[in-house]
Design a protein around this ligand. Structure first.
Ligand code: KG4
Ligand code: ZN
Length: 336
């Protein structure tokens, strides 16, 4: 079975061909980071325009690198939600036209389900059910992966996502966009206990997250130091922030695993590339005797292979779309 996956939900235009659910035949990613960097964040209209310009070339290269033609495909999978609406619409319109023109099934994929699926590409033995922490630029979720295509969200962020917290604090510290990876690099030189940062309390669901208080605390720390003319050690602040975010994500995930009886844990999303988060969650799982899975680093950020992989499982489950498929900026994983 060969599935083409197309991803355009944010600032990466990506396409990939995946064979039999788990083997990557090709993976092409055209990133727009350099362009958005000038503005300190993603400019939605620019993102849509770049997807429009790049998508045909990216898909053509993905097919060529895999040495397949459209006729060889069993289906065309595309991210239809959630994400920047103008960006999603480019991928959805393109995939729809391609599927209709070559008479292949169109397979809709939820972006976060795609992030989870990155784990199947890295770990051939991983099968549901398990509990997954998804931390990306737009979302922080704890999800029960009941089956390849069935999910239950047990915790979510009330405000900022973990990646957003990394990026906004990084910006205040003077790092370029996207700042998460710069915090990660600077942390290697810093003392994670140098600054005591808050673990924000969340009333109600104990598995929900809140990162806006932590972000404000870091920004205030920087402003106060600036007003007093004190030069803060940026590496120490970065290391303290990373240590705190990793601690919050790990504590909540372990609490949810223990409460719900999961002994198999996975990590997914762009923030899954963070060395502090990977180490903290891995150590917490090891301590409890839990199995732990995370995607290899290149598969943590947005890519087409994760969409093709999840698209393969959707296709096998009979989840296909007709020509009325639309993009959605927001959509819960439970409503797929
Ligand atoms: O999943 P993703 O590629 O896009 C979304 O679906 O949002 O996640 C992007 C996020 C950004 O916030 C980026 O700064 C963060 O993942 N990120 C990292 C690292 N690499 C990417 N955050 C911390 N440490 C990293 N090494
Ligand atoms: Zn993503």
């Amino acid at each position: 079975m060969l599935i083409l996956g197309i991803e355009s939900s944010c600032d990466e235009t990506a396409a990939s061909v995946v064979k039999d659910c788990r083997t990557i035949c090709s993976s092409v990613i055209s990133t727009q980071i350099e362009e958005h960097k000038k503005y300190g964040g993603v400019v939605p209209e620019i993102a849509s325009r770049r997807h429009c310009e790049n998508i045909l070339g990216v898909v053509r290269k993905a097919l060529g690198d895999a040495d397949v033609t459209l006729a060889d495909l069993d289906g065309i999978a595309v991210t239809y939600a959630p994400g920047l609406i103008g960006a999603l619409l480019v991928g959805v319109s393109f995939a729809k036209a391609l599927a209709m023109s070559c008479g292949k099934p169109l397979v809709p994929v939820h972006h976060l389900a795609g992030h989870i699926a990155a784990n199947y590409l890295t770990h051939p033995q991983l099968e549901p059910p398990y509990l997954c922490l998804i931390a990306s630029g737009g979302h922080s979720h704890i999800v029960e992966v009941l089956d390849y295509t069935k999910f239950r969200v047990v915790g979510r962020t009330r405000d900022d996502a973990a990646g957003e917290c990394f990026d906004k604090c990084a910006r205040a510290m003077g790092f370029p966009y996207p700042g998460g990876v710069h915090i990660d690099k600077a942390s290697a030189e810093g003392d994670p206990k140098a600054f005591k940062l808050p673990h924000p309390a969340v009333a109600g669901n104990e598995f929900d997250f809140s990162f806006s208080g932590l972000k404000t605390n870091v920004i205030n720390t920087l402003h106060n130091a600036e007003q007093k003319g004190i030069e803060l050690n940026r590496s120490d602040l970065a290391a303290s922030l990373q240590y705190t975010i990793a601690g919050i994500l790990t504590d909540k995930t372990m609490a949810a695993a223990e409460a719900l009886g999961y002994k198999k844990i996975a990590l997914a999303g762009g923030v899954a590339a963070n060395s502090g988060v990977r180490a903290a969650l891995s150590a917490a799982c090891q301590k409890r005797g839990f199995e732990f899975y995370m995607p290899e680093k290149p598969l943590c950020g947005d890519n087409g292979a994760m969409i093709a992989c999840q698209g393969s499982y959707n296709f096998l489950a009979g989840i296909t779309a007709d020509e009325s498929l639309n993009a959605m900026a927001t959509l819960s994983m439970e409503d797929i």
